[in-house]
Write a protein that binds this ligand. Sequence first.
Ligand SMILES: [Mg+2]
Ligand SMILES: [Zn+2]
Length: 197
Amino acid sequence: MDSRKDRTPGPAARKLVILDRDGVINVDSDQFIKSKEEWVPLPGSLEAIGRLNQAGYRVVVATNQSGVGRGLFDMATLGAMHAKMSKLAAAAGGRIDAVFFCPHTAADACDCRKPKPGMFQEIARRYETDLTGVPAVGDSLRDLQAAAAVGAKPHLVLTGKGKKTLAAGNLPEGTRVHDSLQAFVNDLLAEEDAKSV
Ligand SMILES: [Mg+2]
Ligand SMILES: [Zn+2]
């Protein structure tokens, strides 16, 4: 479930942001992102992660990857995509602390496939922290629902499937909407500044 490299038990006080992957960090496709080559960052997303890091946030990814369960790509390929993501993030001054993923299909009825909150609960355990109020960014309703289920703060971005998600409505109460991951980071850091004054 977890490709976290750094196993140092982090103090709960460290600020956390949870991101969906496809349509938030990288370009999404209805045909699935099936290879390292198909994994292409959205403009500015990796720099936005860097800005979160500089502001003291750990950035964690929680992503449904049912393409594994469907046999469209294997775990080694998924690992290669995430190695590319980390490498490009590092080049942009960003660090992804860990990637939590669900490899199952809906038919597996697992606890980790969003909108189920299993990955979020796992993050809470690994970071020994309560996720209440922790910002969670996604482009699909199920991302927001999984976040809301653990008391995290849902943020919808309008990249990826975001515009469709917004149009379909029924967003969890308190969902905030941003044009992109950069816009989310701008808003989050501006609010922090406002609070610290
Ligand atoms: Mg997505
Ligand atoms: Zn799962």
